[in-house]
Design a protein around this ligand. Sequence first.
Ligand code: HEM
Length: 502
Amino acid sequence: MSFFQDINTDSLGHIAGLAALVGLTYLIITIVFPPINFPKNIPTIPFYVSFLGAYTSMDQLQIYEYYLKDKLDKYGAVKIYFASRWNILVTKPEYLQIILKNEALYAKSGNHKKIPYAVLSRYTGDNVISAHGEVWKLYRSVITNSIQFPDKSSTNQNAMKLVELINNSIGSDLNSKSLPVGDFLQKFSLQNICQSMLGIDFKLLDDPNQELHQRLKYVKSQIFKSFYMNFPIFDQLPIPSRIKAKEEVDKFREYFTQRVKDEQLKNFANKSSAGYKLYEALQAGLITEKQFTDNAVIILVAGHENPQLLFTSLLYVLAKHPKWQTKLREELINIDDDIDLENFINLNAFIFETLRMFPPLGQIINRETTKDALLGGKIHIPKGTYIGYNNFVTGRDSTHWEDSNEFKPERWIPNDNNISEMLKFYKTSKINCTMAAFHGGKRACLGEKFALFETRLFLKHIVSNFKISLDPTWIDQLTPAGPICPIMLRINFEKLESKKTQ
Ligand code: HEM
């Protein structure tokens, strides 16, 4: 009896070992090699490139230059491993145009569909950015107007408060100081989006320990762990730290939902804000509780993170180009606060050039083919393939941008300094997808106008109050993966002569 038992235990052990080996081999093969039905006429980026940012000291610029540039310049599309699967990444503007125009074939399929089990997907859910078809139309019918025409009346005052915060951090007995900029910029962009679009004054620029800011920083620290960003598939396992991350996400969503709802019940609630419109739609039964939260959270997330990234990159290029600080200061310092800054030529050129070289959303892979496709008549893409674009690479494409790696705002300025011509060129660059920082077409960014509005005010107040330079001890590097901006930027702020005695 014990002899047979031994044999059975041994065989079971062998079978389990073999199954584990087969499973592991299969996993490795699916990570190392793209699926066999993927197009053969575009190159494959080695699978490990996607992990370099997390496990080496390389930043996104270095990874692009060493591993992506040549192949993408030549082919305009590659096979790339990202977020637990193989995808097609497109950077050639002509291909991108086709994809963005054809929503039915290259359908939006955000994280809630691609990696529904991931902690990240639990955070942002099924929202206006990631949804497709009728659900997307429903969300848009509720919030489009509020996002395109928000209440901008508090933004200038917020920019002044930001300057005050920086001045307070420099201190009254000093004229200059090196400061980390992350928290300042996050509070400024959060305050703007919450006030203008959700109708809530969180007083983020008044209270140093403001609750939303603290909670947001904490929940993000729980969600964004590089291993799980690369392998979200592991979020399915009962790993204690990920279970905790899910709980923290739920707590944050509950807190935030309650704050948005409470605000809409007040007598003076802004009835045209996106917060109010979502609440109205919830009361009318047009959207569910979950859809209410998913969309309120995405307005908060997309509405503050992307501008924050852009502000950071702007400070970086401003610090590196003192000549442009002077130009912008001369253009803006004596301009009244109520004057629309949309028509200032150097200001726009500086922002557009920063967007070209440092698009906040570098790589976005959230389209899925609904049937077999032949991209540009050349690249055969099977049904069910994830497709994405990379603004960082497209913005530096040397076939469309001369000296593409050089920061030259002048390239946006027409010879006759005609602002309408300049804005036309910006628009055409979006339509042609040579610069898709705000995307283009039907699914283009709804918040672009507001983002540019707050950005112009931000720059005006910075150059009118400070001379800035890079802290020499700061290591000049971009983020290693994900959104694009200089990492942990430290700026030396020097009060302008005229402001020193104030
Ligand atoms: C510098 C700032 C910003 C940048 C660079 C940016 C960029 C983008 C990009 C690239 C997309 C397309 C994403 C995709 O292809 O899946 C997008 C979509 C979107 N953005 Fe922005 N964004 C910015 C600011 C904002 C702000 C302030 C809001 C306000 C809430 C906002 C709301 C949206 C919405 C709602 C969509 C989805 C539109 C749709 O699909 O119907 N964005 N944004």
